[in-house]
Design a protein around this ligand. Structure first.
Ligand code: SAM
Length: 355
């Protein structure tokens, strides 16, 4: 998290003992360690790594896709939130703040100009019923948005459009698999939730070419599975045992629904880079994340590679797709002996990694 944004949030979290909900998304990695746990602070994260870190630190934490349904109306004194990248998430949180804050309760919003914080401050202060500006601290902004005594939880006329954030929905565009077309389910709150990623399509195409020439793997791991696209594309692979894992709660919910709908038996695990998985795989498919919150982070790619090396069997192959300009081959040399670029389409490259 950007230092000044994080200190604005931490300052607030450390210096109050009210009933507070901290919404900790991908930008909050590492920050739970700097706040002392207390019974009146609950952390909700949609990221498994942040959730486990918080639990290890002794916090009261929940892993969910920002599901606040168990929180009673008008029960919270304060909510702390660094605005997320996706508008549907911010609107969902704002609507839930309106419902769950006590009259007079505060939504503490922090962010930077390019996060759209000023626009959100305007909209959300109207929603909560008290006009308050965002204040500038260096490059960061903080807004203390108060819920007015007159704003009641059950007045639904002013809610912000959150694209029905909580709901899984069927996506119009079908995905094609070996001539057949597949309907799929997804929701906002995760990478490319309503589209097929061009890199992932290239990856699966290369996997098909490779295994049609050799033989199809019997144990496949989809590392960072998202809504499950890569696994869904292995539906026709014969006698395959499938595993899939992701760090993101929306991705896990979508993948679960997709695997059930496709009748696929997949061991699906919420995890950080597959760290808790002990099995080995003949094939690992991975389109690793490039961004961590608002910042680029190559240590995450390293972590994916290290776990891929551990999970790939001695005779197995890990197939990675990345943006053409990422030096994956160089980074992978620390973990794999055989590194082979299978294709480069000018945007993405697929790299085969073997021990
Ligand atoms: C580029 S997307 C690929 C998604 C999917 N495999 C596809 O092809 O559409 C990267 C995925 O990695 C997941 N991810 C990010 N950090 C992770 C972590 N630490 N552990 C596991 N998965 C993670 C993201 O949630 C996202 O679903």
């Amino acid at each position: 998290m950007n230092d000044s944004v994080s200190s604005l949030l931490l300052n607030f979290l450390q210096n109050n003992d009210e009933q507070t909900l901290w919404i900790a998304d991908e930008n909050a990695l590492g920050t739970a360690a700097t706040v002392s746990p207390r019974p009146s602070l609950v952390i909700v994260s949609n990221r498994f790594d942040i959730y486990t870190q918080a639990i290890e630190q002794g916090h009261n934490a929940q892993f969910s896709d920002y599901d606040f349904s168990a929180i009673e109306d008008e029960s919270l004194d304060a909510i702390a939130y660094r605005v997320s990248k996706e508008r549907a998430v911010v609107h969902h949180v704002a609507n839930e703040a309106r419902r769950t804050l006590k009259p007079g309760g505060i939504l503490r919003l922090v962010g930077e100009k390019y996060d759209g914080i000023k626009g959100y401050t305007d909209k959300i202060s109207k929603l909560l019923g008290v006009k308050s500006p965002a204040k500038k601290y260096g490059n960061s902004y903080v807004a203390e948005l108060k819920k007015s005594e007159q704003t009641r939880a059950d007045t639904s006329d002013k809610v912000l459009d959150d694209k029905q954030y909580a709901e899984l929905r069927q996506i119009d565009q079908l995905i094609s698999n070996q001539g057949s077309e597949l309907a799929w389910w997804s929701k906002p709150g995760q990478f490319g939730w309503n589209k097929t990623d061009q890199g992932s399509a290239l990856l699966i195409q290369q996997a098909e070419v490779l295994f049609a020439q050799t033989r199809y793997p019997s144990r496949v791991m989809d590392l960072g599975c998202g809504y499950g696209y890569l696994t869904l594309m292995t539906t026709d692979w014969p006698h395959t045992l499938r595993f899939a894992t992701d760090n993101n709660a929306a991705a896990i919910a979508s993948a679960k629904r997709n695997f059930e709908a496709a009748g696929l038996n997949v061991t699906l695990v919420a995890d950080d880079c597959g760290s808790s998985i002990q099995e080995e795989f003949d094939c690992l498919l991975c389109n690793p994340p490039f961004h961590q919150g608002f910042a680029h982070d190559s240590s995450l790619t390293q972590k994916f590679l290290a776990n891929a090396a551990r999970l790939t069997a001695t005779q197995g192959v890990a197939l990675f797709v990345v943006n053409q300009f990422i030096p994956l081959e160089k980074m992978a040399a620390k973990y794999f002996r055989n590194i082979d670029k299978l294709v480069d389409d000018g945007h993405f490259k697929v790299v085969a990694l073997k021990h």
